[in-house]
Design a protein around this ligand. Structure first.
Ligand code: NAD
Length: 253
């Protein structure tokens, strides 16, 4: 871990140690090292697919065209993916009481797979499907997923993944929980997010306005880096989080 032993890493560890209410805000970048492509950046999903596929109005009119692409985009990779060291460190921090809440924009279930319980899924998840006709929710495993489009076993309506499409509102409970956590935070750690997708991207600004310090981990500068970030750690989440944990554990020896 030698090359990460820089000044910023030490300062970040100090902030973590002194925090009373740490909140993590995660984006697609934290799961990149688990083999799930991000939207943007090298090899990103938008290099290969048209974002219109995830537009709610397009989906309603073109479900049979959209479903095979949605399966390729998310379900093939997410099914097989396992938590990487970044998810595992967050789970350890939650268990130790250091991390109070994680607001994730991800839909991949990897925080929970790593053992976290305090996860706010701001954009829903891929585990469930929802019927556009009768509103019933179905776990993917309970439906015939090979159909095209995938249909409700009860009413035959079209099933949509229960994650938030472009043009859809944020689930109200998740929104409320995210705002509550944000307003309690004295330290906010941003991991692998560009800060482009609204309204999720506004939460870190609210945290900052409310007095929280902002620690950021990303491969490259984001919308936050030169605006609200107090400490920027540039690199892979799967390397930087273990490096921070190593410093924290050594300090407590
Ligand atoms: P994004 O795809 O727009 O950008 C990814 C960000 O992660 C970039 O800033 C990139 O520099 C950074 N990054 C890439 N690899 C990294 C690594 N190893 N370590 C640290 N940082 C890394 O992602 P976004 O800002 O989260 O917004 C896009 C939307 O994408 C979210 O709403 C989310 O729902 C959706 N999405 C989710 C998944 C998933 O569930 N895993 C995958 C793709 C997209």
């Amino acid at each position: 871990m030698k090359h990460f032993k820089d000044h910023n890493l030490q300062k970040a560890a100090q902030l973590l140690e002194g925090s009373q209410y740490l909140v993590a805000f995660t984006g697609a970048g934290i799961s990149a090292e688990s083999g799930i492509p991000t939207f943007r950046g090298e090899g990103g999903i938008w290099d290969r697919y048209d974002p219109i596929i995830l537009d709610i109005e397009y989906f309603k009119q073109n479900a049979a065209k959209a479903w095979p692409k949605i399966k390729e985009m998310f379900y093939k990779t997410i099914d097989k993916a396992q938590p990487n060291p970044a998810h595992k460190i967050l789970a350890q921090w939650e268990k130790r009481g250091l991390l109070k809440s994680t607001i994730t924009q991800n839909i991949d279930n990897l925080h929970q797979k790593a053992g976290q319980k305090q996860v706010i899924e701001f954009h829903g998840n891929t585990r469930d499907l929802i019927c556009l006709n009768c509103n019933k929710k179905w776990p993917v495993k309970k439906v015939d997923f090979n159909q095209n489009p995938v249909k409700c076993p009860v009413c035959g309506g079209i099933l949509k993944p229960d994650f938030v499409f472009f043009g859809e509102p944020i689930p109200s409970q998740a929104y409320q929980d995210a705002v509550n956590a944000t307003l309690q935070a004295d330290l906010y750690i941003l991991i692998g997010t560009t800060g482009i997708i609204m309204p999720a991207s506004l939460l870190p600004y609210e945290a900052k306005k409310n007095g929280a310090k902002i620690l950021e981990i990303n491969l490259e500068p984001s919308n936050y880096t030169n605006t609200i970030t107090d400490i920027f750690l540039q690199g892979k989440a799967g390397q930087l989080l273990p490096a921070l944990e190593e410093i924290l554990l050594n300090k407590n020896k």
